[in-house]
Ligand binder design. Structure first.
Ligand code: PEP
Ligand code: MN
Length: 350
């Protein structure tokens, strides 16, 4: 339930709303605006309470039931679009964030080569998984802490912030020591213990959409992170399961429009996992930028033939360069821009 206070509401009146809600066993969150204050009343039983209970209190302007299952991720709670820091960028602003790199960290040479190449093409951040959620337990599972160490070295060499996946709540403490951004993968979108833990970390989180999750479920999962007081959440559309098998998943381009309508959180797109084949990646990437995505996360490998995971969908350096060139005019046409190679050249070595 969202209680919107009148512009002139006093602190005592706001406190009284909070006290009433607390006495009824609900949690509250305040959004203090320059003009109006909004009190979110949280709890699974809010549906059982009449809006009159709050509407009758002094200083209350309107009380709205939130029909959507998510609250904190909603634009009703937070009207302005959120900007989420990632390295030196604000994701959700005019500048698109381009995150690129291999599916998995395989070696120092592989990551350093990839980091330098994607940076030279204008990418803003480096991706690479050290803990891989593989469909088969016999497939390459990642280099674990050695992989994180390699990522940190690639960052030191290039100044690019690093994005890496966290698959286990017990790993969060370790990963935040090495990485700038925590990625919650599609398979873990509803791993609530993990969501709470990345929420508590305060780190920027990329929350991928589950393979078969609705947009409502995805935004409700984001609420778990936001409810821990971490507002640095970036959503990532990465394709969903449909009856179509020509591509690995089906990129749900419409989710960009829906998320922009109902949520204040930025949304980026992963064309690589959606396509499942490098040939289709540029098409999906261009569509995503044209549709208003706030950035992309793309798999790029120095030698896709030898990749230990997802080689088939990885772009070569040359293909990534070309993709960046193709995206520039599209970004401009929708009022956005990409970092240029020369700007990225100036990114500080840390
Ligand atoms: C990945 O980014 O390498 C990955 C495993 O993605 P997803 O969780 O979207 O399948
Ligand atoms: Mn992958």
């Amino acid at each position: 339930m969202i209680v919107q206070m009148t512009s002139g509401a006093t602190t005592q009146q706001i406190d009284h709303v909070v006290e009433r809600a607390t006495a009824m066993g609900f949690d509250t969150l305040l959004n203090v605006g320059t003009d109006k204050t909004v009190v979110a009343i949280l709890g699974s039983r809010t549906g059982e309470v009449s809006t009159d209970v709050f509407a009758v209190l002094a200083g209350v302007d309107t009380v709205t039931r939130i029909m959507k299952p998510y609250k904190l991720a909603s634009r009703e709670f937070h009207k302005e679009l959120s900007l989420v820091p990632l390295g030196g960028l604000d994701v959700g602003g005019e500048r698109l964030v381009m995150i690129a790199g291999p599916c998995a960290v395989e070696s120092e040479t592989q990551m350093l080569r990839a980091a330098e190449a994607v940076k030279a093409a204008g990418a803003n951040a480096l991706r690479g998984g050290a803990y891989k959620p593989r469909t088969s337990p016999f497939a390459f599972q990642g280099l674990a802490e050695d992989g994180l160490d390699i990522l940190a070295r690639a960052r030191a060499e290039t100044g690019l912030p690093v994005v890496t996946e966290v698959v286990d709540p017990h790993h969060v403490e370790q990963i935040v020591r090495y990485a700038d951004v925590l990625q919650v993968g599609a398979r873990n979108m509803q791993n609530y213990t993990l969501l709470r833990e990345v929420g508590r970390s305060g780190h920027t989180v990329i929350l991928k959409r589950g393979l078969s999750s609705t947009i409502n479920e995805w935004l409700t999962a984001a609420d778990y992170i936001l409810a821990e007081g971490n507002d640095r959440v970036i959503l990532c559309e990465r394709g969903i399961r449909t009856f179509e098998t020509s591509t690995r998943f089906t990129l749900d381009v419409s989710s960009i429009a829906v998320v922009k309508r109902y949520s204040h959180l930025p949304v980026i797109v992963d064309p690589s996992h959606a396509a499942g084949h490098f040939r289709y990646v540029p098409t999906l990437a261009r569509a995503a930028v044209a549709a208003g995505a706030d950035g992309l996360i793309v798999e790029v490998h120095p030698n896709p033939e030898e990749a230990l995971s997802d080689g088939i969908q990885s772009l070569t350096f040359e293909n990534f360069d070309q993709l960046m060139a193709e995206l520039r005019p599209i970004a401009r046409a929708v009022g956005r821009e990409l970092s240029s190679a020369s700007e990225q050249d100036k990114v500080g070595v840390v």
